[in-house]
Design a protein around this ligand. Structure first.
Ligand SMILES: Nc1ncnc2c1ncn2[C@@H]1O[C@H](COP(=O)(O)OP(=O)(O)OP(=O)(O)O)[C@@H](O)[C@H]1O
Length: 259
């Protein structure tokens, strides 16, 4: 984990509120979310379905506005340019089927008009980092779901963004592949040093991956807690059987009223 040289957090959310308006009606999706996130953290956002996790991610991505509170990203040491500095990973890999894996990974660099040769080199390095170096010229249909999701993680990193937003990236994968992808993501996070926000329904997944876990309660989203997760490093799957891990998951179940 890289620490920020400044005392100012990388992300500052203060009393964030979001109202959806449709058909003359209003729906309060996020009522009051306050949290600070330092650079280099992997923060899991966990909470029940419909509690506003994706909405919060979309606000951070600049895809949705907010109706109250403040959202600030960046600090004097690490300035932040919204269109340039965000990488996104969704539940589905959303690869373009007519483009090779390498060309899919290159897409954000192309859209941003980054230098071609350097981007290709970086894309190849990223494919190696996610274990797909031999699939650069393959097409998405030739890859398994887990491999496609690894390609989409490489794509989210190709333009070297400062913030990666992940919305249930492993939700569509089978249980074993999901565990393998958790280990992969852990390694990629350590290697890249990026700030990552990771939305999940999975309490175990949230604790296993997060350096911090933000717990949101049911709609409208409110912060129930923001926990620091202190588990032995490097984390391996066996940590899930430890008492410490069990205590964190129990605490989150209790916060969600699911004891
Ligand atoms: N574009 C929209 N217009 C109106 N309501 C919306 C819109 N997007 C989301 N909502 C509502 O806002 C609430 C929060 O949705 P959101 O997708 O943020 O929740 P979530 O916690 O990510 O859910 P899930 O875990 O099931 O994906 C839900 O009740 C949803 O119906």
């Amino acid at each position: 984990m890289i620490g920020s040289a400044t005392n100012q957090p990388f992300i500052r959310l203060e009393g964030v509120r979001k109202v959806y308006r449709f058909g003359g009606k209003e729906f309060l999706a996020v009522s009051d979310v306050t949290m600070d996130i330092n650079e280099g953290e992997l923060v899991s956002l966990v909470g029940p379905s419909g509690c506003g996790k994706s909405t919060l991610l979309k606000i951070l991505a600049g895809l949705h506005g907010h109706d109250g509170g403040t959202v600030e990203i960046g600090n004097p040491e690490t300035p932040f340019t919204p269109g340039r500095d965000i990488g996104m990973v969704f539940q589905q890999a959303l690869l373009l089927k007519w483009r090779t894996i390498l060309d899919n990974v290159l897409l954000p660099a192309e859209i941003l008009g980054l230098p071609r040769a350097a981007s290709r080199e970086r894309a190849r390095d990223l494919l190696a980092m996610v274990g797909l170096e031999n699939f650069a010229d393959a097409y998405p249909s030739q890859l398994s779901g887990g491999m496609q999701q690894r390609a989409s993680i490489a794509r989210s990193l190709v333009h070297d963004p400062k913030l990666i937003l992940m919305d249930e990236p492993f939700g569509a994968l089978d249980a074993l592949t999901r565990e393998r992808m958790n280990l992969e993501l852990m390694r990629i996070w350590k290697e890249s040093g990026k700030t990552i926000l990771f939305v999940t329904h999975g309490i175990q997944e949230a604790v296993f991956l997060g350096s911090q876990v933000a717990v949101l309660t049911a709609g409208p989203a409110r912060m129930a807690a923001h926990l620091d997760i202190d588990l032995p490093e490097p984390r391996s799957l066996s940590v899930k059987t430890s008492e410490q891990f069990g205590n964190y998951t129990k605490q989150i179940y209790a916060l969600l009223g699911m004891e």
